[in-house]
Structures are given as structure tokens and as C-alpha cells.
Design a protein around this ligand. Structure first.
Ligand code: NDP
Length: 516
């Protein structure tokens, strides 16, 4: 017997008399169609799984707060950043990118670092990664890029040919590839890595002046990574190790924390800058734009239900608040559309009403109505059109982004400085990495690229060579490639390199001859 408060009910609240035996005609059955409890239970169970995210499917998340530690009002009028000491509640979801929902946390992959600040002016999302750059800088390439990180449509296997074919034909990826195949591609835990906006964003102040900014959330627990071998061991020992670590650290009151450093550029600096400051394949060197610390982020509360709060959490780099806006970064412009769109597909058009996604610190009012799973009162009796003379919500002109100038010829323009793709990857290899970092980088690359066919190995190694000759030579030596061939490919134009196709090229033949 259950007491009234703890009574098992249908989804609509009516008491369920029996949850062990289906309603049958006689002891043997058959089961009667009128067992509505059984029908509801099975039908709901059949729909328990929602489509997994097409990227960033495996993740973990937690709640916390952000505290301002430096006055930034001369750069932005965002209210949540308006006062030293001000705290704002937030939710942070970490993830891997390419793997499915059941994949291992220790996979080599960038890590997502997606933040939702519940501010009094609406939710502000900063949807970043643990790397300051990205593989491509035009969103038109994104679906292709992701296909190459997924499974081969024929074999359903991960395919090094697909992976490296695309990357070797996309030289702008070399900087991110170098970071990904360093040990930073396998962070030890989510607590031991940084989070970067990667994109450049716009901040504007109360006077309407604007600045270009990049966010760097720097871990307060030291960067710690797995070597390739350690990551492989962890994948088999505990595929969920980072999810577990995050949850358990918070349970133990060891709250993960990051300080927020900002790089801030004036429009004048940006206009004369030596490369395109909106190119997401590049960092702004700290020597040019020194980061300033402006706040601290702490995670101090685990979700109560993984599905409701982590799986259904949904972020968009298009969720801005007054004082923060987009930059012309083409990848960002593509994401402004794509994120909301994928959530509408995965969770439905009313995903913003789910508790983890809803604007908690302010009212949400507009003229959008209805749709699947609309579970608020859908505007109640308030008019569903604008303008109206019945007291419906009014736009607030002052909260808009100041007008800005755009100019130029509309055309499908290639990036203007293709030769600078290799500069920062080379610098990272030569001047930032230690000997141990370089050893691990080479062995991580060789272990993966070794699975691709020869002509792709040659083309990719030529890109490493262009970043730094020693980098290319070491990969080439380990893969037993003919370096003369690699050097020749490195001298080719991008179009010529792309022509090393399915037909065995003369370079490939030469390479084969030299290795047999
Ligand atoms: P700095 O010497 O001022 O900074 C070097 C940066 O590299 C630090 O932020 C450091 O991060 C990071 N770093 C250290 N080891 C690695 C690694 N194995 N993989 C990736 N990053 C690493 O130099 P610059 O600002 O002039 O940049 C030089 C190069 O450093 C860049 O080309 C870029 O590849 C890399 N870098 C630069 C960043 C930037 O925003 N300027 C950010 C991250 C990387 P940490 O302090 O956390 O150890």
C-alpha cells in the first residue's frame, strides 16, 4: 500500500493499480489493448533516447558561478560584468567532439568548453574549446570536416584516410592539428585544461565604442595531459574517467576553477594588424595583445539528473547580451545559425523552456508561440502579434548593438594570406614546445597518420615540413617516407598538392620505389 503522496501514477496523474502484471484475458493472456498503463510505459520507454548531438555527443557538466575581479566597464556594458565582486550563476558543459555518446573521455580530440551565464539581461553563452584555434575558417567546410572525423559510410569504422585526406588538403588546419596531436589533445581531466573562445567577439561600452576580444579561461589546477600511451590505457580502464573526475571532485568540495583572461584589441589595432584578427586558425600572440585577468569561474554543484540537465543543455554562440556581439569571423557567423538549428532538430523548437536552458535571472517575453512541447502558458492572454495596443512586450532600442559599417564586394573570396597558415604552427613547434612535447607530438602523429595510405602521408608530412623542416623530417623519418618527395610536395601550390589523387602519382611511385 502506498501513501497518497508517494503513489505511482500515469503521466497524467491517475493512480496505477499494478506495476508487475499486465492486464490479460485469463492467466495466459493475451494482453488486452485496454492496459493503458502498459501502453504508456512501453511507448515512453521506446522514446527515451533523443538524437545524440551530431558533434560533442559525449559530455559532462556542472553548475557554478562567475565573479568579476577587474573593472571592464570601459570595454563592455554587459551588466553581469559591470562591477568588481559581482557574481553570476552559470552552467558549464565539457565534451569531446567527434566521438559518439558512449565513446571514451580519453580520446584524442578537442574538448568542448560551453558556458551558459544566467544573467539579468538574458542568457549569455560562450561556446568554446580547450584549444585557442580551429581546423577551418569557413563554415562551408564544417560538415565535410566533421564527416571525416566520423565513421566511414561503408565500413562503419573510423578511417585515417578520410581524416588525413581532408586535413592534408586543408593547410589552414595545420596549427590546430599540431595542438591536437600534442599531449594537449588528451587532457588528463576536464579540470586540467583551459577553455578558449577561439573566436574573436565584439565588446561595446555604454558610449558605443567597441573592442575586439578573445576569452581565455585558464585552469587554476595546472595543465595536465596524458601521453598517447596513458590515454590508450585510460580508454580501456575507464572510458568515463573525466566525467567521473568532475562529478567526484565537486562531491568532495574540491571545486574546479579557472581565471578569465581577456585579450582586447582596439578597432585601430585590428585594422592595421599583420594578419586577419578574425581568422580562427590563429591566436593573437600574447606579446602583441597581453591578456588581462578580469574574473574567476568556479564549479560548485553537480546536476541532479544527467539527462535533464546535461544531455538537454543546449548552447549557442548567438546568445548574446547587450555589450557583447559577433565579430566578422566567418566560422562564428556560421555557428550563429547552426547551433540554434541543431537544437531545434534535437530538442524541438521550445528547447529554451527546459529548466537548464531557460533564462532564469530575467523575464522571457516575446511573440513566438506554440510548437511541439510548448510547456509554458504560451503567452497566456497577451497578444500574439506586434504592434498591439493591449500592453504586449515592447522592444528596447537602447539595448541594441551600435550601428556598424560593412563594405566590400559580395563574392566567394578565398582567405587573403594563404602563406601565413604555417607560421604559428611552426612557432608552436619551435619555441613553445619542450623536447618532450615534440617527442610526444611526433609519436602521436605517426601512430595515427601511419594508418593512412602513402600518398596522403606524403601530402600531410609536406604540410608539417612547411610549418618547420625539422617537424616534417621527423614525421617523415618515422613513417619511412622519401624526404626528397616530401620536400617537392611542400614546394607545390595547394592546387598541385590536391592533384595527388587516387591515381598513383609519380611522387608516390618514387616514394614506393625508395622504400621497397
Ligand atoms: P606565449 O609564449 O606568450 O604563449 C604560449 C602559449 O602556448 C601559452 O598560452 C601556453 O599555454 C601555450 N602552450 C604551451 N604548450 C602548449 C602546447 N603543447 N600546445 C598548445 N599550446 C601550448 O606565445 P605566443 O602568444 O606568442 O604564442 C606562441 C604560440 O603559442 C602560438 O603560435 C600558439 O601556437 C600557442 N598558443 C598561444 C596562445 C595565445 O593566445 N597567444 C594560446 C595558446 C597557445 P599555458 O599558459 O596555458 O601553458
Amino acid at each position: 500500500m502506498s501513501n497518497r503522496k508517494n503513489r505511482l501514477t500515469s503521466n497524467f496523474g491517475s493512480p496505477v493499480p499494478n506495476d508487475q502484471n499486465s492486464l490479460t484475458a485469463g492467466a495466459q493472456g493475451p494482453i488486452l489493448m485496454q492496459d493503458v498503463h502498459l501502453l504508456e510505459k512501453l511507448a515512453h520507454f521506446d522514446r527515451e533516447r533523443i538524437p545524440e548531438r551530431v558533434v560533442h555527443a559525449k559530455g559532462a557538466g556542472a553548475y557554478g558561478f562567475f565573479e568579476v575581479t577587474e573593472d571592464v566597464t570601459k570595454y563592455t556594458k554587459a551588466k553581469f560584468l559591470s562591477k568588481v565582486g559581482k557574481k553570476t550563476d552559470l552552467f558549464l558543459r565539457f565534451s569531446t567532439v567527434g566521438g559518439e555518446k558512449g565513446s571514451a573521455d580519453a580520446e584524442r580530440d578537442p574538448r568542448g568548453f560551453a558556458l551558459k551565464f544566467y544573467t539579468e539581461e538574458g542568457n549569455y553563452d560562450m561556446v568554446g574549446n580547450n584549444t585557442p584555434v580551429f581546423f577551418i575558417r569557413d563554415p562551408l567546410k564544417f560538415p565535410d570536416f566533421i564527416h571525416t572525423q566520423k565513421r566511414n559510410p561503408v565500413t562503419n569504422l573510423k578511417d585515417p584516410d578520410m581524416f588525413w585526406d581532408f586535413l592534408s588538403l586543408t593547410p589552414e588546419s595545420i596549427h590546430q592539428v599540431t595542438i591536437l596531436f600534442s599531449d594537449r589533445g588528451t587532457p588528463r581531466t576536464y579540470r586540467n585544461m583551459n577553455g578558449y573562445s577561439s573566436h574573436t567577439f565584439k565588446w561595446y561600452n555604454a558610449k558605443g565604442q567597441h573592442f575586439w576580444v578573445k576569452y581565455h579561461f585558464k585552469t587554476e589546477h595546472k595543465i595536465k595531459n596524458f601521453s598517447g600511451e596513458e590515454a590508450d590505457q585510460m580508454k580501456s580502464r575507464d572510458p568515463d574517467h573525466a566525467t567521473r573526475d568532475l562529478h567526484e571532485a565537486i562531491q568532495r568540495n574540491e571545486f574546479p576553477s579557472w581565471k578569465l583572461e581577456m585579450q582586447i584589441m582596439t578597432p585601430e589595432q585590428a585594422a592595421g594588424y599583420r594578419f586577419d584578427p578574425f581568422d580562427i586558425t590563429k591566436v593573437w600572440p600574447h606579446g602583441d595583445v597581453p591578456p588581462i585577468t578580469i574574473g574567476r569561474l568556479v564549479l560548485d554543484r553537480n546536476p541532479e539528473n544527467y539527462f535533464a540537465e546535461v544531455e538537454q543543455s543546449a548552447f549557442s554562440p548567438g546568445n548574446f547580451v547587450p555589450g557583447i556581439a559577433a565579430s566578422p569571423d566567418k566560422m562564428l557567423q556560421g555557428r550563429l545559425f547552426s547551433y540554434h538549428d541543431t537544437h531545434r532538430h534535437r530538442l524541438g523548437p521550445n528547447y529554451h523552456m527546459l529548466p537548464v536552458n531557460s533564462a532564469k535571472a530575467c523575464n522571457m517575453k516575446n511573440y513566438q508561440r506554440d510548437g511541439f512541447m510548448c510547456f509554458d502558458n504560451s503567452g497566456s492572454g497577451v497578444p500574439n502579434y506586434y504592434p498591439n495596443s493591449f500592453g504586449g512586450p515592447e522592444p528596447h532600442q537602447k539595448s541594441g548593438e551600435p550601428d556598424f559599417e560593412v563594405s566590400g564586394i559580395a563574392s566567394r573570396q578565398e582567405y587573403a594570406h594563404p602563406n601565413d597558415d604555417f607560421v604559428q604552427a611552426g612557432e608552436l613547434y619551435r619555441t613553445v614546445m619542450t623536447d618532450k612535447d615534440r617527442d610526444h607530438l611526433i609519436s602521436n602523429i605517426v601512430g595515427h597518420l601511419g594508418g593512412a595510405r602513402r600518398r596522403i602521408q606524403l601530402r600531410q608530412t609536406a604540410l608539417f615540413y612547411k610549418a618547420d623542416p625539422d617537424y616534417g623530417r621527423r614525421v617523415g623519418r618515422e613513417l619511412k617516407l622519401d624526404m626528397k618527395v616530401v620536400e617537392k610536395i611542400a614546394e607545390m601550390s595547394q592546387e598541385e598538392r590536391a592533384r595527388i589523387t587516387a591515381e598513383e602519382s609519380s611522387h608516390q611511385k618514387k616514394a614506393k620505389e625508395s622504400t621497397t
